[in-house]
Design a protein around this ligand. Sequence first.
Ligand SMILES: [Zn+2]
Length: 145
Amino acid sequence: MMQNLVFYETIKTEKSLMYAFRNGGRQGDETTPSVRQKIEKKAGEDEALFCKSCSNRITHRDQTISVSGSHTHTFFNPDGIVFELGCFRNAPGCLPAGEVTSEFTWFSGHVWCFALCRVCGVHLGWHYEMGESVFLGLILARLRE
Ligand SMILES: [Zn+2]
């Protein structure tokens, strides 16, 4: 290592300095995964989900949670309409609406109300609550990336 440092100090031109650093980087292989993680995290910042109707930003993939062992759930409402829901910890683009009820709840023990798009008012899913536990079940077909 000391030999390398001495070697770097003797390099005069920028071009050869860059070459030396690139070669030096190979010795520190353990730094590569953390660099990759940073890049992936940065890419993840763009994974927002938007209202399909008005493009209001609803939530983000980092709010994804698992409820009863799964992020997505498929349900039928009392009219027989099928919904594929994704569960999210938080969805700032949604507005809870309507009276809170436990009727026809899809998640045992949870009460619910509607979750509407804060901007255009379209029905995006449901807001669920059980004591301190709060989450949103959003209709995936009504969101876009
Ligand atoms: Zn909307």
